[in-house]
Design a protein around this ligand. Structure first.
Ligand code: HEC
Ligand code: HEC
Length: 363
């Protein structure tokens, strides 16, 4: 390089040529420096971007935070979710069976409906239910909006009719105002009621579980046993059915692949919707998010502990028996799927008016 050969003569002849070459040299140094920074940032960016790359390799993805869009609509939906006046008795709300203080479930084998009616099937959690491919164990409602109309008119649940529910809401001036704020003119109808409830339910996601923090690259988020539990869960094949952000909810699968499941519950699963015999005992794979909170397990709610549920899944779905320490590790892993529960102020519901139809709890 010309400059270095010039160096020797630097002291002797510091003429304009020398000054120029020093300037050129310093510029060269600066640009080398900038170039190094550039290289370094490219390198570190590719390192950082390995985190999503690691995630993409896993069959489970973290739950994204939910950014609420239409706040008025969500607030209205929350009120309706908690309002027992959508039931004939004036006593049962969505929250009665999907209690948001208890993982969005009722922790009962099967729910208790109007007049203490014994429910036919275990109530799944509403948490993260927006991620399901369809709603209900047999997928008979295509989405949350369609689902929300079901329980209000179900004689064994809220035992009301859509018309009467709308009559009740229309008789309450504050509800009229709130519906107008969310939907504009056109009053209250069941379509708007279910749309608002669904908008609220979409906010019921549970991000930031310890497992999600691990997925995002925080190695310290899991203990060694929990991580081993996840490896067993993954390598023994649980992830074939329990995968995606909800760790389930994405397909219908047969309950009892290797051995039949023994139950008194008459539920047929997907066959009740499709009429196809091959769909008998095909159920929507439940989400395993917050599964620690949503006992008892399975569509008949017959199993009260995660240990037993894991044991049954191993034998029935995979044809394998886990050793006690393997079972304990899988259970430890499942408990890391408990995410940040939705928190909010319980809505204060507007009072009924003089013309509000009276509740009929004992009819
Ligand atoms: C009496 C108890 C009860 C009440 C009240 C009730 N539900 Fe449910 N809910 C259930 C049961 C039981 C199921 C499962 C039924 C099935 O799959 O056949 C269910 C299923 C669901 C599901 C589907 C979840 C999934 O993973 O498939 C959603 C969502 C839901 N309910 C929301 C609501 C909303 C919203 C309300 C209020 C309008 C409500 N529920 C009222 C008991 C109840
Ligand atoms: C072939 C698909 C399949 C495989 C493999 C599978 N599951 Fe399941 N899992 C299901 C289905 C379907 C249900 C619901 C069955 C029912 O309620 O009748 C379920 C339910 C569960 C439940 C109960 C959840 C609840 O809320 O009721 C747990 C826990 C569970 N599985 C864990 C596991 C574990 C652990 C493994 C691996 C050892 C596993 N599953 C393998 C399909 C599968």
């Amino acid at each position: 390089m010309v400059f270095f050969s010039d160096m020797g003569g630097l002291g002797k002849r510091l003429d304009w040529n020398g000054v120029t070459s020093i300037l050129i040299h310093s510029l060269g140094e600066v640009s080398m420096f900038l170039f190094r920074i550039f290289l370094w940032s490219v390198l570190s960016f590719s390192l950082v971007s390995q985190v999503p790359w690691i995630q993409a390799q896993e069959p489970i993805q973290p739950i994204e935070e939910m950014t609420p869009k239409n706040r008025n609509l969500i607030e209205l939906g929350k009120m309706l979710y908690f309002d027992p006046r959508l039931s004939k008795s004036g006593f049962i709300s969505c929250n009665s069976c999907h209690n948001l203080s208890m993982g969005g479930s009722d922790n009962l084998q099967t729910s208790i409906g109007h007049n203490w009616t014994k429910g036919p099937i275990n109530a799944p959690t509403v948490l993260n239910s927006s991620m399901n491919l369809a709603q209900f164990w047999d997928g008979r409602a295509k989405d949350l909006k369609e689902q929300a109309g079901g329980p209000i008119a179900n004689p064994g649940e809220m035992a009301f009719t859509h018309e009467l529910a709308v009559d009740v809401l229309e008789s309450i001036p504050q509800y009229q105002t709130l519906f107008q704020q969310s939907f504009g003119e056109g009053g209250i109808n069941i379509d708007r009621v279910t749309e608002a409830i669904a908008a609220f339910e979409e906010t019921l996601v549970t991000p930031d579980s310890r497992f999600d923090r691990w997925l995002r690259g925080d190695e310290s988020a899991l203990t060694a046993d929990e991580l081993k539990g996840y490896q067993i869960f993954k390598h023994s094949g649980c992830v074939a059915c329990h995968n995606g952000p909800a760790v389930g909810g994405a397909s219908y699968q047969k309950m009892g692949v290797f051995e039949p499941y023994q139950t008194d519950n008459p539920a047929e699963g997907r066959a009740a919707v499709t009429g196809i015999d091959a769909d008998r005992f095909m159920f929507k794979v439940p989400t395993l998010r917050n599964v620690e909170l949503t006992y008892p397990y399975f569509h008949d709610g017959a199993v009260w502990t995660l240990e037993e549920a894991v044991d049954l899944m191993g034998r029935l779905q995979l044809g394998r028996s886990f050793k006690p320490h393997q079972n304990a590790r899988i259970v430890a892993f499942l408990k890391t799927l408990t995410g940040r529960q939705p928190t909010f102020q319980i809505p204060v519901l507007p009072p009924s008016s003089n013309s509000t139809p009276r509740p009929k709890p004992f009819q």
